[in-house]
Design a protein around this ligand. Sequence first.
Ligand code: SAT
Ligand code: MN
Length: 591
Amino acid sequence: MATAASTTSSNSSLSHPAAVERWVSEVAALTRPAAIHWCDGSAAELAHLRDLLIQGGDLKPLNPASFPGCDLYRSSPNDVARVEHVTFVCTTNPEDAGPNNHWMAPAEAHAKMDALFAGAMQGRTLYVVPYCMGPLDSPYARLGVEITDSAYVVLNMATMTRMGAPALARIGRGESFVKGLHSTGDLSPERRFIMHFPEELSIKSFGSGYGGNALLGKKCHALRIASWQAKGEGWLAEHMLIVGLTNPKGETHYVAAAFPSACGKTNLAMLIPPKALNGWKVTTIGDDIAWLHPGPDGRLWAINPEAGYFGVVPGTNPKSNRNAWDMIRRNTLFTNVAVTASNEPWWEGMSEGSPALDWQGRPYDPANGAAAHPNARFTVAATQNADYDPKADDPRGVPLSAILFGGRRASLAPLVYEAESWAHGVLIGASVASETTAAATGKVGVVRRDPMAMKPFAGYHFGDYWQHWLDVGAKLTNPPRLFHVNWFRQSADGRYLWPGFGDNLRVLEWMLRRVTGAAPAHATPIGYMPAAADLNLDGVEVSDAALGELLAVDRAAWRQECRDIEAFLGEYGTRVPTRLHEELARVSARL
Ligand code: SAT
Ligand code: MN
């Protein structure tokens, strides 16, 4: 083997499963690192990596008095979001990737990537990062190993996953694992590709150090590869938060919700009840990804495969998300925020302080745009959330009472409506549309279809994916109810019609009364809806006119929407289940 790499002595006691060892040797021969480090996930190891990054100037400790244990990392300015245009699903049959993915033949993709990886780690350390997605003792958890040359990625993976020796031990007991190979390369956008090989359970990512491009356990494994695995194994890997809602009588229901990136999943997962509903308690299971399994009891059970939050920072303040605000004041890794003169992190939407340096480290000048990047992020352990739900560590997960779909839509979509059936709900999920956000490169604010908020993340053909949703539903004798919500409805002059944030609990409260059979609703052509009087609106300022708009179905606009949905489904051809066309025809006929 043509490598001078050696394992560091600090962790040579780890026993290395042969399959991992073999793959690491192959990768080392190709990438030629100066050293190999097998991560055990210990506190000492993470402290050492942090010191290394600080010494190298990549990580800047923030004010230790007000933000103890917090650091700032600045990305390369051209590397601040996911890059969907160079993200590929590489299946033997191009049809399997579907029109929703970019496709490349596996052999061609491997050749392209291996050419980029050749010699890419010279002078660098190759980190072997074993991780477990989901509780370590859960039968629903899945294993992975990421090889990366970025210590920043290792620190993020240590927070976002169950990383280290116990995960490697599970692999050592013979469980299969996803192989994720990552190098930051030279960060040039022309040499940046994110390739998925679902048939081989492997990922190759080159040229980016950012978020979903580089923390391979997250979108690449837990959504794109896992959705493919889930299809074969009868479960669902979804882009959903999971939240526990306990009413004043002490009854708890769990709800999952799919919204596109940067549409408030973290805020909903950490909702603080408004005063009028202060007998309620909201607890967080997860804020981004849910793995859903039909249980022996006919219910749908959810685990959060992640162990931390990689949340959008701008807009976080005590009013929008008190828990997040408190949670990110210690032991938090900030990426691309601004800093104040007293070396505290600063971002737009923060009600105090002012920026001295912007996210690129330049003296702040409003002429350069926002001080913090709009997609600036915090990485923090989920257990730091004051309302962390210990059931997030339950190997069985939690049973779901409801699933919400939603997006950011200034017009058309009402505040809330309920599907008539599972199949109707699958149509509603498949038709989700939202205005684009800063989480991905490209123009912001354009409405695009984002089925189940999975457009960038479904690892296979959407037609097959919708059929799989119908198949999973058929196995559930006690399925969660399916709803659509829109917190982002605006008036003609551009004001939000609904206060959102904590007040969204008023809508959730109605849903849970639907689940228990206690709440009234009326049938509309698009589904069941509440009247204003069916919602608890104590102590909230929403005018009758606004409520009228929020709870109305504009039939002419919805007839056009149905034509748009029909055209959209048409883009997916014959793999779209007939049942979805039938459900759409029923809605159209009622309109
Ligand atoms: O994809 S990221 O992990 O960078 C964040 C997101 O889009 O949810
Ligand atoms: Mn997300």
